[in-house]
Write a protein of this length. Structure first.
Ligand code: FAD
Length: 475
């Protein structure tokens, strides 16, 4: 049975998932409830949207869903813009069918009007937005909440379990796993979503005077070309949106899932993992839908390894970025890593590269270069190669600090799943976060080492090197 929006279950989930961003009052003379969609770019299993609908019905107002895309966000590029707009096009079409009023605003140039959202907020009774610790969302939302006059609430739809269930920093997969297990079944209960009771009057929409983009009908490529963003990081073949995410999910559930623990280890195997991270990062598919589909497709013995990544590691990463303000700096690393880095800071780095050489995939190592090329070309990188890629930079950069900053830069500039809590947690894992000390070695210190040389024997990289090797790129 599905829980209706007004049920105690939904109320309890909402109270756990909602964070007030200011102490301002509801504006009773406002014309509507505004849901400012940021990181949860979907209409399904969206707790912020659910709260906005519950509030709209409670105070008898219509609901407006607004999403904006800005040229000034960090690493704004044709790659991200295209992916997000493809997703938005689908949202617009679905919204129409579901009786929801959704509008998309594209700020093309930095000099264009930057006050659309503030103007919308001025006529709102209350604003609901997404809770997300990275990609500038938390800071942007807080600045907005500080300057507008109405109440602003941020709602968490990132994980399967409300992140408030883990109010302290969890230090390892083994500490969060049992806590997750306790609340997971409860968090997976289905909700009966519906449209708000009042529809949005066309005259009210027209009176707002916003130059929204016809996202359902526009030429996305042409619109992106007009934006003042980085065009050197181009669109990729993977298209954004729920439909493509679902296709990947169902392909994976029918194939790679059944032997995931083994197949995910081999870079040559393109179907060995779900390749859903970009969709999950942009909130285009709900983690709940992924977990439910996987559990329906395979018995626990087959799905456990996948759920360990999808639930334990993903929710651990979210907890890290929410509860550790230093998530983007070496200060986030445990004491044993700090001691190790102090002891090995001046060890001789036998091979060093500049950031520019790394960015151009111009190192001596074919696997590393192949991974970097895959990232440049597709916005994705195979998980095992990504671990080797991250670990290697620790020994190739002049300092640990530069290694961290370079990895964040490359990962977040090119990866369609970049700027995610997983990005920071994954890169910090390379430096020893969530891990234990190993026998001491030069430069690595006691951080777990990983060897590119040994990777040839350990993993199937043959086809991967063929696909992303130098010759392929020169053609
Ligand atoms: C150096 C480095 C950088 C990384 N940067 C990112 C990043 O920018 N964005 C990102 O989403 N992940 C990142 N990861 C984690 C992981 O590599 C990717 O999530 C995974 O490879 C994505 O491929 P997939 O969707 O096929 O994953 P699958 O194996 O199919 O897993 C399903 C989902 O589970 C989650 N997941 C899988 N592995 C991990 C993990 N180790 N930690 C947390 N969540 C995980 C992801 O959301 C993923 O989409 C990074 C890891 C490392 C070592």
């Amino acid at each position: 049975m599905k829980h209706p929006l007004g049920s105690p279950y939904v109320r309890d989930q909402l109270s756990l998932r909602t964070l007030p961003l200011n102490e301002k009052r509801l504006q009773p003379d406002g014309d509507y409830v505004l849901y400012w969609m940021q990181s949860t770019q979907r209409l399904e299993d969206n707790w912020a949207l659910r709260l906005a609908i519950v509030e709209a019905d409670r105070i008898g107002k219509p609901l407006l869903i607004h999403q904006g895309l800005d040229p000034s966000s960090e690493h704004a590029s044709a790659r991200f813009h295209t992916f997000i707009m493809q997703g938005a096009r689908e949202i617009a079409r679905r919204a129409d069918r579901l009786g929801l009023t959704y509008r998309f605003a594209l700020r093309r140039r930095r000099n264009d009007d930057r006050r659309v959202l503030d103007r919308l907020a001025r006529r709102a009774t209350i604003v609901v937005t997404d809770l997300f610790p990275t990609a500038g969302v938390a800071e942007r939302s807080q600045r907005f909440a500080d300057r507008v006059n109405c109440r602003v609430l941020a709602v968490d739809s990132v994980g399967v379990v409300p992140s408030a269930s883990f109010y302290k920093e969890e230090y390892a997969a083994r500490t969060i796993r049992p806590k997750l297990a306790k609340v997971m079944e409860h968090s997976l209960e289905p909700v009966d979503d519906r449209a708000p009771k009042r529809s949005f009057p066309t005259s009210l929409l027209a009176s707002l005077g916003v130059d929204w983009l016809d996202i359902a009908g526009c030429d996305i490529e042409a619109e992106v070309a007009r934006c003042e963003i980085t065009h050197g990081v181009g669109a990729v073949s993977a298209a954004g949106g729920l439909t493509c995410a679902r296709v990947r999910l169902h392909e994976f559930a029918a194939d790679g899932l059944h032997d995931y623990a083994e197949r995910r280890r081999h870079p040559s195997d393109t179907g060995g993992s779900s390749r859903l991270s970009a969709y999950l990062h942009h909130g285009m598919i709900s983690p709940l839908e992924v977990v439910s589909a996987v559990r329906a497709a395979a018995p626990a013995a087959q799905s456990d390894a996948f759920l360990n990544e999808m639930l334990t590691w993903r929710e651990l990463s979210l907890n890290f970025c929410l509860r550790n303000k230093d998530y983007a700096s070496l200060a986030a690393l445990p004491d044993w890593v700090q001691r190790s880095m102090r002891a090995h800071a001046s060890d001789t780095r036998e091979v060093t590269y500049t950031l520019d050489e790394l960015e151009r995939a111009a190192t001596h190592d074919p696997i590393w270069n192949a991974g970097q090329r895959e990232l440049l070309e597709t916005g994705q990188m195979h998980n095992v190669v990504r671990m080797l890629w991250g670990k290697s930079v620790i020994t190739w950069a002049p300092t640990y600090e530069e290694a961290l900053q370079w990895l964040l830069y490359l990962n977040n500039k090119y990866g369609l799943d970049g700027r995610d809590p997983n990005s920071f947690a994954g890169i910090q894992w390379c430096f020893g976060k969530f891990d234990r000390p190993f026998a001491s070695r030069p430069v690595w210190g006691t951080i777990r080492p990983m060897s590119l040389e040994r990777a040839h024997a350990k993993y199937d990289v043959g086809d991967y090197l063929q696909r992303w090797g130098e010759q392929e790129m020169l053609v």
